[in-house]
Design a binder for this molecule. Structure first.
Ligand code: NAD
Length: 426
């Protein structure tokens, strides 16, 4: 595919190991191709002797996609594709930490689209507020942290811009006692540490049934020991990057202090790793916390770094559902079991926008993605996401009857007709 390696190299320059950078580009391209298959046709909701009523979806105008640092290419593409497909002009605002792929893509897009249809604006942290305040922008599709999302929503209120908010997550994964550990543990571990915990839908709280808790934890430690961390220079198959920037590094470092302050038990990791082998970067040893209290910071907060709590699930389904829902976040959640009926029964009770059974962070361009509670509002992707880039317009053609019908039950005359007949001139 043309330019594939250029994009991957740009992502690698921003800190990802080449394997992970190529994975992101591949994922983004597939996502864009899938988005291009979506169609928003007029919907006929009534078609009878009296009337024909349709719903149309028309473009909003100029929309902006504000994108975070963690999956800068994929998340930008995930906004640009639907915005343009729905007929809007689109401005891509990348994170100041990871602007390269946005700028490169728009350089290429400018050769294909009419002038101005696809643009990128890169700047420092004052750029986002300028865009959210701008009177000629009709929509902001924001992906980022919950605190920033609240500011975006407040800023958009003054011009009543349409807003989609894809915010932070604290995803639960519930592991039932019947799983095959050899199959499930590697998938769950990858779901926890993908991009070193810097994915909104990484697993951030693991609830493992008490019957298999010890074996699960031991196996997970074994699996995580095999994970290779590395940066852009790493060509020997590393898939897990360091923390992307100094700001995020400081946040995660501060959260790591809770291990000592709250007396938590890391079964692996627990420390900042100033250098991973010969590599310099913002590395932490991947860390698993053994059964922390429910009110500990590591269970309550989104780390966005390579640290995950594994909580022992003692009790029945009600108890694990209560624990999983005990958060202000609600982005994704998964249930792992051989018993699919039971897994779906549990999943249906979870307060999250994306529910998965025997998988996690399984995203697709035709499936709407959005959060419950403080994980966001509205959706990206799928037909619902595409509608989010549109005005909804009803169009009714009256074929017979009309404002003067139906007839009044008491008088047999059309009620509005009676009223109109009293108006002079009628
Ligand atoms: P962030 O909120 O700090 O920044 C996100 C983007 O918003 C950046 O482009 C930034 O420049 C811009 N921004 C900052 N202040 C702004 C303001 N006042 N007005 C407008 N724009 C502003 O987030 P981050 O640290 O880059 O990313 C990490 C967070 O993003 C995590 O919480 C993660 O869970 C979340 N995230 C969510 C999703 C999702 O789809 N729900 C996906 C990826 C990341």
């Amino acid at each position: 595919m043309a330019n594939f390696m250029d994009f991957a190299s740009l992502l690698a320059l921003e800190g990802k190991p080449p394997t992970a950078a190529q994975f992101e580009v591949d994922f983004a391209v597939k996502h864009l191709k899938g988005t291009a298959q979506l169609r928003l046709d007029d919907e006929v909701i009534e078609d009878n002797e009296e009337k024909l009523t349709k719903i149309r979806y028309t473009p909003l105008g100029v929309g902006v996609g504000i994108v975070p640092f963690n999956y800068p290419f994929f998340l930008g593409i995930g906004k640009m594709g639907p915005a343009v497909l729905a007929g809007n002009a689109f401005i891509w605002k990348p994170s100041p930490y990871t602007p390269n792929t946005a700028l490169k893509l728009v350089e290429l897009a400018a050769k294909i689209f009419p002038p101005g249809v696809v643009q990128a604006l890169s700047g420092e942290e004052d750029l986002g507020p300028w865009l959210t305040a701008h009177p000629d922008i009709r929509k902001i599709s924001f992906t980022g942290s919950t605190p920033t999302g609240k500011k975006v929503m407040a800023a958009c209120a003054s011009t009543l811009k349409r807003v989609t908010l894809e915010l932070g997550g604290n995803d639960a994964a519930i592991v039932c006692d019947d799983v095959n550990l050899d199959e499930v543990v590697p998938k769950v571990a990858l779901g926890c540490f993908n991009n070193a915990g810097q994915v909104c839908v990484d697993i951030k709280r693991l609830f493992v049934h008490e019957k298999i808790y010890d074996q699960f934890l031991a196996k997970m430690v074994e699996v995580v020991k095999t994970f290779k961390f590395g940066g852009s220079e790493d060509t020997d198959g590393a898939f897990f990057p360091p923390v992307q920037n100094a700001m995020q590094f400081e946040k995660v470092k501060e959260l790591f202090t809770s291990i000592e302050k709250e007396g938590l038990k890391p079964v692996i990791g627990g420390e900042v790793e100033a250098e991973a082998g010969a590599k310099k970067g913002y590395y932490f040893k991947p860390t698993i916390i053994d059964n922390p209290p429910e009110n500990s910071r590591i269970v309550q907060e989104e780390p966005f770094g390579p640290i995950v709590p594994v909580v022992k699930w003692v009790g029945g389904e009600d108890e694990v559902v209560r624990m999983a829902n005990n958060t202000d976040m609600g982005l994704g959640a998964s249930v792992w079991s051989k018993d699919l009926e039971k897994a779906e029964r549990i999943a249906r009770r979870l307060e999250a926008g994306s529910l998965w059974i025997n998988t996690h962070q399984d995203l697709a361009p035709n499936v709407p993605f959005g959060g419950f509670k403080q994980s966001g509002m509205g959706h990206d992707w799928g037909l619902i996401g595409l509608k989010g880039w549109c005005n909804t317009q009803s169009l009714m053609t009256r074929r017979s009857g009309g404002m003067l019908a139906p007839k009044s039950r008491n008088t047999g005359s059309p009620p509005l007709g009676q009223y109109l007949s009293r108006i002079p001139g009628n």
